[in-house]
Design a protein around this ligand. Structure first.
Ligand SMILES: [Ca+2]
Length: 324
C-alpha cells in the first residue's frame, strides 16, 4: 500500500473496513453499585494532603514512602474496582494503540510499531480514521497528549518527542529526553510521563525538562511497567503493561489508591494485544479504553469503586466501602 509522502506533515483521510460487532448498548458484565460520593469524599480529604515525605514533586524517592514515614502509617489492601460496559465502538484492528486521548470533541490516537507508527484523529462512533500523520520509519510511536493547541507524542527508544499543531498535525517542534518513552498525559501545568518503570516523571509543559518524579507502589511494593496514562480528576490512571488492570494513582504519594480490574473486557484470551489506551471525556464524563490491535473501543463506567483514603501523614484508612 502506498503511503503518503512522509517528508512533510501528511494529512489524509481514509476509510476503515467495517468491524464486526458494531455498536452495542448497555452490556453489563458486572453488577454492583456506584459510589461516586465515596470517591468525591476521598478526593476532598486527600486533596488536603501533600506531605513532602511522600514524594511531592521535586523530591523523588526510590522506595515506597510508607517505609520511611511514621509508625502510624500502615499499608492497606488496595481496593479493586469492577466495570460495566456502556458502549462498544469499532476500533481499527491494525492500530497498535500506544496513546489515546479525548479533547473537546476529538478522539486522538497514537500508534506504534516500526514503519507503521501514526498519529490519528478518529471518529468514535465508526472507528474511521479522519486524519492521519505517519511518523518516520526510524521511530516507534508511543503515548500522546493534548497540551493547549498542541499534540505531543513520545517515541519508544529514540529519546525524541514530537510537537504537532492540534488541528493540522503539522510538526511544529521536537524535543528530546533521556529515558524510554511510554505514556504521557497532562495536569495542565505539568506533563506526566512513563518510561516502562514504576516511576511517574513530571515535565515542564514548555521546556520538557524534568521537574519531579514519584515512585508508584501498592502494598506489595513498586508497580512496574506503567504504560499509557490519563489524568482524571486529580488521579493519574495508568495501564500496567501485559495486565488487564489499570492503576489509579495519587500523584502526590505514588500510592495506588485503587485498581481497576478490566479482565474480560474484550473477551477471553488470547487477546490480540494487551490492554492499552485510556481516554476521558471530561465534559461528558465518558471513560474510554481499548487495546493494541483490539477491534473494539469501549466506554465503561466503574462499579464498586472505592479509593484508599490517605491522610496527609500517610495513614491509610483502607477501603471506604464500609462507610455506605
Ligand atoms: Ca491517555
Amino acid at each position: 500500500m502506498t503511503r503518503p509522502d512522509r517528508s512533510s506533515p501528511a494529512v489524509t483521510v481514509h476509510r476503515l473496513a467495517p468491524v464486526a460487532g458494531g455498536r452495542l448498548t448497555r452490556q453489563p458484565l458486572w453488577s454492583g453499585r456506584l459510589a461516586p460520593t465515596v470517591a468525591a469524599l476521598a478526593l476532598a480529604v486527600v486533596s488536603t494532603g501533600g506531605d513532602a515525605r511522600h514524594g511531592t514533586v521535586g523530591e523523588p524517592h526510590a522506595t515506597p514512602p510508607q517505609a520511611a514515614s511514621s509508625g502510624r502509617a500502615r499499608s492497606s489492601a488496595t481496593p479493586v474496582c469492577g466495570y460495566q460496559v456502556l458502549n462498544v465502538y469499532p476500533h481499527d484492528p491494525a492500530a497498535f494503540t500506544q496513546g489515546l486521548v479525548w479533547d473537546d470533541d476529538d478522539l486522538f490516537e497514537g500508534t506504534g510499531l516500526w514503519g507503521e507508527s501514526t498519529l490519528r484523529r478518529v471518529e468514535l462512533e465508526t472507528g474511521l480514521v479522519l486524519q492521519v500523520h505517519h511518523l518516520d520509519d526510524s521511530v516507534f510511536g508511543e503515548g500522546i497528549t493534548v497540551q493547549g493547541d498542541r499534540l505531543i507524542q513520545l517515541t519508544y527508544l529514540s529519546h525524541l518527542g514530537y510537537i504537532y499543531d492540534r488541528d493540522s498535525f503539522a510538526v511544529v517542534g521536537t524535543f528530546d529526553y533521556p529515558t524510554q518513552g511510554w505514556g504521557i498525559t497532562t495536569e495542565g501545568n505539568r506533563l506526566v510521563m512513563t518510561d516502562g518503570s514504576s516511576t511517574l516523571r513530571f515535565w515542564h509543559p514548555d521546556t520538557f525538562a524534568e521537574i519531579g518524579r514519584v515512585a508508584v507502589w501498592d502494598e506489595h511494593g513498586p508497580v512496574d511497567r506503567l504504560n499509557e496514562l490519563e489524568r482524571i480528576d486529580r488521579w493519574i490512571w495508568a495501564n500496567v503493561l501485559s495486565s488487564e488492570r489499570v492503576a489509579r494513582i495519587d500523584p502526590l504519594s505514588g500510592r495506588v489508591t485503587s485498581w481497576i480490574n478490566l479482565e474480560g473486557l474484550l473477551g477471553p484470551d488470547p487477546l490480540p494485544g494487551p490492554l492499552n489506551g485510556i481516554a476521558y471525556d471530561t465534559a461528558g464524563g465518558r471513560l474510554f479504553v481499548t487495546g493494541k490491535l483490539w477491534p473494539s473501543l469501549f466506554e465503561v463506567e466503574l462499579v464498586d469503586c472505592h479509593d484508599l483514603l490517605i491522610l496527609s501523614d500517610g495513614f491509610e484508612w483502607g477501603n471506604l466501602s464500609g462507610w455506605w
